[in-house]
Design a protein around this ligand. Structure first.
Ligand SMILES: [Zn+2]
Length: 427
């Protein structure tokens, strides 16, 4: 007996829309995706989900976040980025306990599951507690573990290869849904020797690197002072680009930057809400995606600079700001933006068998309730996903074929307990 039949749904597949189709999920993967054939409907299943008036879409992938930063949501807004970071965020982070991080991550995961995110790329403190929350809640994640203990936070360099190894050994490939890669926060915080060491760890463990590149306008100058090179040239020189790199932001590109991104197959992650709220600027996504065919992914960044983890809002924003900026509505089409938020995100996380509803792929999907006034009359599935669907329209979320939410009820997160902790939390 196969696991799940989802019937009477419209399905967004890589080959187009299947109207009133069905999906069979078995052993964590899509076993059948297509028309409602008699023999498929008649077979026996452990769970039959009749989801009339719903649309099945691939689960969204948040390709750059710091999930436990939900603890700092609405904590310091309307300040310049350096004041935001050095005067507010870092001092507050120094006061966060590992217990805070655990519950903050749990809350963030609840928010992600409820807004249709099935996988995320995370970089933060106390990653062992982040991994614990991910392991318990059933969501998929690539967790970026640091090697260089931060100079800014401790005012000294410690290279922690042993800590990295322990984390990697414990969590990499856990339950076929956690991956571990190497965090290098950015090049302007660390010296040459530390950056080379961190790149060597990534090479030794064969992981990708998750880094911030050219977010703030001052970053190039800081890198020139410290390394006598631009951030991307420093990455090239120190061996960071010898492994696959996922680079958040990529806003202030100049000179050889675009060429290096293309040549070294860097996956840039666009974080439009965060870039706008911090006044960081608008990344040249059209140049990267439409002209250079670079597979840009999409992320929310942390909720301290967003101030939510809602990928529907991010898709909406990503399409609209570039149409407006270039005065061209034909750019950043809905289908391309959905690709950023699904397939390209999966690549950025190193999950190569998800991001699309297709037979044989991992069963990460969401069901969107179309029976809503703001989605009627219902015409175009891709336009609806990017321009009209609200996060609260997500009815069901599946990861590796496991139901994490149905009828908006969270199945794997003790939300009452998480909310109780968060309400008592003080920074
Ligand atoms: Zn970030």
């Amino acid at each position: 007996m196969k696991d799940i039949l989802i019937k009477n749904v419209d399905i967004i597949t890589p080959k187009g829309i299947i109207e009133n189709g069905c999906i069979v999920v078995d052993n964590g993967v899509f076993d059948y995706v297509g028309e409602q054939k008699e023999e498929i409907l008649k077979a026996a299943y452990k769970n039959i989900m009749d989801k009339k008036n719903m649309m099945a879409a691939p689960g969204l992938v948040n390709a750059h976040t710091h999930s436990a930063m939900v603890l700092l949501r609405n904590f310091s807004n309307d300040y310049p980025i350096n004041k935001w970071l050095f005067d507010y965020i870092i001092p507050a982070e120094n006061r966060l306990s590992s217990e805070d991080i655990y519950w903050g991550t749990t809350l963030a995961i609840a928010e992600m599951i409820q807004s249709g995110t099935t996988a995320f790329l995370d970089m933060y403190l106390h990653m062992e507690r982040v991994a614990e929350a991910v392991s318990e809640t059933g969501i998929k994640a690539c967790l970026s573990k640091d090697v260089i203990k931060s100079q800014v936070r401790n005012n000294q360099v410690v290279i922690d290869k042993e800590g990295f190894k322990q984390f990697y050994d414990q969590w990499h490939n856990f339950d076929n849904r956690i991956k571990v890669n190497t965090e290098i926060h950015s090049v302007f915080l660390y010296d040459k020797a530390s950056l080379i060491e961190a790149a060597n760890v990534a090479k030794a463990f064969n992981t990708s690197i998750h880094i911030h590149i050219l977010e703030g306008v001052g970053e190039r100058k800081m890198s020139m002072e410290m390394h006598k090179m631009s951030p991307l040239e420093a990455c090239l020189e120190y061996g960071i680009l010898d492994v696959p790199v996922t680079a958040a932001h990529c806003i202030h590109l100049e000179g050889r930057d675009l060429e290096l991104i293309k040549k070294k197959n860097i996956i840039p992650v666009h974080n439009p809400s965060s870039n706008l709220i911090l006044g960081s600027g608008i990344a040249p996504i059209v140049e990267m995606m439409e002209k250079e065919k670079i597979p840009v992914a999409l992320g929310t960044d942390g909720a301290a600079s967003n101030n939510n983890l809602n990928m529907f809002e991010e898709m909406h924003m990503a399409s609209l700001i570039h149409k407006g900026l270039h005065m061209n509505p034909e750019l950043m089409k809905a289908g391309d933006v959905l690709t950023m938020a699904t397939v390209n995100g999966a690549k950025a996380l190193g999950f190569n068998n998800t991001g699309e509803i297709q037979e044989g792929k991992e069963a990460d999907l969401i069901l969107v309730d179309l029976n809503k006034p703001h989605l009627q009359p219902f015409r175009n599935h891709l336009s609806a996903m990017v321009y009209s669907v609200q996060a609260s329209d997500v009815d069901t979320t599946l990861v590796n074929g496991k139901i994490l939410m149905e009828k908006r009820e969270l199945k794997t997160v003790d939300i009452e307990k998480a909310m109780a902790y968060i309400k008592e939390f003080k920074i």
